[in-house]
Design a protein around this ligand. Sequence first.
Ligand code: ZN
Length: 376
Amino acid sequence: MDATVELAQELIRRPSVTPDDAGCQAHIAELLSATGFHTESLVFGDVTNLWARHGDAAPLIVFLGHTDVVPPGPLSDWTTPPFVPTIKDGMLYGRGAADMKGAVAAFVQALIAFVRHHPAHRGSVGLILTSDEEGVARDGTVQVLRTLAARGESIDYCVVGEPSCSEFLGDTVKHGRRGSLNGDLVIHGIQGHVAYPERADNPIARFAPALQALVSTVWDAGSTDFPPTRLQFSNIQAGTGADNVIPGSLRALFNLRYAPTTPAPILRERIEQVLAAHGLRYTLTWRLSGEPFLTGDGPLKTALAASIGAETGREPAYSTAGGTSDGRFVAPFGTEVLEFGPLNASIHKVNEAVGVGDLARLTRIYEGTLERLLGA
Ligand SMILES: [Zn+2]
């Protein structure tokens, strides 16, 4: 059987629900050590991370991924058990098959194959794996990058293995991501009896027109590389449960996925202006979960595109759509970062799966990218 498929099965068998790595990284470290990689486990809080490197010189190209998976949900919804890897009709089923144990297995086998073919390669190749990408992402990639930067290990090129393709392997590369800004808003009113509204101040009635104004605001028109900025409310709560009490406050959570055209400080200001214009008394707490980034043309983009073309005959489209990824932590270091992985149709769903043939091709694409950058 193909080495990547075999390793992917080995990883799926370990129920590594965030932040538990369940031994995935130790298994990978063993494989890489046997090939001459220097490997190191970096533990922060309850999060296990793996750093592996072969070579000391620049440039350094790093594969970035995660061994944790989202919970499987009710087991009865799965056709086959989520942590029992099952191959059926050319697909490998199991939690994490597509997001992203398949790509992690492809990374590892590509690194091993590359080092075997080029024991004295130029530059360095490396792998960063975290076990909290699907969680709060506080003690994972961010901390590893800080540790490496403090040691002077700077990453020139980074490929993130998140599932980027939609219809066919090779159809999409993510070359940036929108920013993500969260607001936690409390509207203050005065609690009272519904029969005596003149003695109360209803935060629901006060907030309704402001809510309408916020959701209908056009923040920007986007750009060639980014869709327009969007605001979505995700939670709204008010009331005691009793039908004769005007609540004293209302709490609403919202998120903005934003294009770099409208930076976060501008968005914050505009939103506060809307709230002020509606005469609201409020408390608003902001949390920025990711700055937007965009990767321009560079050697990695050229190498990855050529490698995808050679293996699939496709010319990938470049997109910034979708959720944030750990790529957002890498970009600020000046690293050329791109995301390329398998099809994303089944991620975070029941019966998650990846094409068996795609895993072999993905491995050759990753290896081909290393060849083109460092093999000469
Ligand atoms: Zn993922």
